[in-house]
Design a protein around this ligand. Sequence first.
Ligand SMILES: C[S@@+](CC[C@H](N)C(=O)[O-])C[C@H]1O[C@@H](n2cnc3c(N)ncnc32)[C@H](O)[C@@H]1O
Ligand SMILES: Nc1nc2[nH]cc(C(=O)O)c2c(=O)[nH]1
Ligand code: SF4
Ligand SMILES: [Mg+2]
Length: 234
Amino acid sequence: MTLRIVEIFGPTIQGEGVLIGEPTVFVRAGGCDYRCSWCDSLHAVDSRYRHDWLPMTPEAVMAEVERLSGGLPLTVSISGGNPAIQDFGPLIALGRTKGYRFACETQGSIAQPWFADLDTLVLSPKPPSSGENPDWDRFAQCLEAAGPARAVMKIVVFDDADYAWARDAHARHPELPLYLQPGNPEVDPDQPVDLDVATARLRWLIETVTGDRWYTPRVLPQLHVLVWGNQRGV
Ligand SMILES: C[S@@+](CC[C@H](N)C(=O)[O-])C[C@H]1O[C@@H](n2cnc3c(N)ncnc32)[C@H](O)[C@@H]1O
Ligand SMILES: Nc1nc2[nH]cc(C(=O)O)c2c(=O)[nH]1
Ligand code: SF4
Ligand SMILES: [Mg+2]
């Protein structure tokens, strides 16, 4: 059994959401059932890049994670692409025997039994600006599959319509801790990120939430983007 792997990198810090700042090794899976207009990881989505994806056994993935982490357990974040189109159960089982913890980032379109083996499931349903239209029944199936794993919701907000949509999404799932992050409009890895633009977008989101007296979500930047821009592998 092999997994389609785009890249394995770290240790770095988790730059987004509930685990922000946490030392992390990332395992990026190839392939996605969505095509978000502003996807910052097209190299893991578009089949144009698939010749760069490596078939790897769970043992080989874990060996690379251990090499990068110096053999000391930390949090492994499985992202993509949508990792839920593959079976990460054997990798998680193997990593657990060595003391590693696991988180997964997915949009909530495909449920997997192995979600229950995670420590943290980050569900990131896509707002209107993405051009995708989430299926809330499937989203609920993902939550059900998570079982004992901690599930949280992270929503990217580009504009007022996304913000209103995020409020509705929270109303559907008030039980999920909610994290909002401003959208990054500049995702070309070869172009620098304009920090003034990033700061202005973050300020707008904070002021929108507080101005609305909405005290539920945590508003966070993409910390890695502030530090490294759109560079890959960080
Ligand atoms: C690249 S995705 C991979 C995992 C999964 N496909 C998903 O979308 O949740 C990881 C996270 O990056 C977020 N993201 C992608 N492009 C972004 C952008 N341009 N600005 C801000 N966040 C973005 C996604 O919403 C998701 O929360
Ligand atoms: N540092 C860092 N934090 C991240 N959080 C989510 C990421 C992703 O691309 O899934 C990501 C990433 O690529 N790097
Ligand atoms: S679901 Fe995630 S990986 Fe897939 S296109 Fe959207 S942001 Fe990119
Ligand atoms: Mg990213």
